[in-house]
Design a binder for this molecule. Sequence first.
Ligand SMILES: [Zn+2]
Length: 236
Amino acid sequence: MIDNKETVKPGFANGISLQLHKSQQQHNMSDVKLTDTQKYEIIENAAEKFGEFLNALGCDWKNDPNSADTPRRVAKAYVNDLWKGRYETFPEITSFPSDGYDGIVIERNIPITSMCSHHHQTIRGVVHIGYVVGEEGRVIGLSKLNRIVEHFSRRGAIQEQLTAAIHNSVNKICEHNRGVIVTIAATHNCVSCRGIKHQGASMITTKASGVFRENDNLSRKEFFDSIKINNGGHQV
Ligand SMILES: [Zn+2]
């Protein structure tokens, strides 16, 4: 079965790569991985084109010892780190019965390093995730929330998309939940290093469903109170 936890259009900067999508379609399975040869081909092709990009900028990179291997370095960084989540399948995550626990689960201050798809500049900050376990509900191991964050943040995205992707994925995996909330607080290099060039401004986005959408709900209050405790006087 094709993985329905990937909620984004394949090929888009915030979706899986077209190469991985094609492999999944061919095998009609979501856990098909790219082979080392396929990854190598992507890196080689991207390196060649990045060399052309530098040529267009009038950079004599081939004769500059510090830049001679830069196209390959950049291509490798994209495939292996910066956009890693586009070339890998969704992490294997098992949910467990909650055994009568029907309260709130919060994980706060999950670090993210991502990249805005508008300018290809770094986004850095923290993610806070909460969900309320329903009767007969399912819970997942805490570190699995970190894995979901890592999977979606290692792509190009705008912060709004990233917030929604993490939310929708937790919502699907933690079946029969009574609500899911995801807040991201992050600074964007495209704001601090180019354009307006303002340092220190951070962006806060929140996507909430179920009980968290009600303004006077105690779970929503508990979630935001716990973020406040954690971040008191602390800048992201
Ligand atoms: Zn940007």
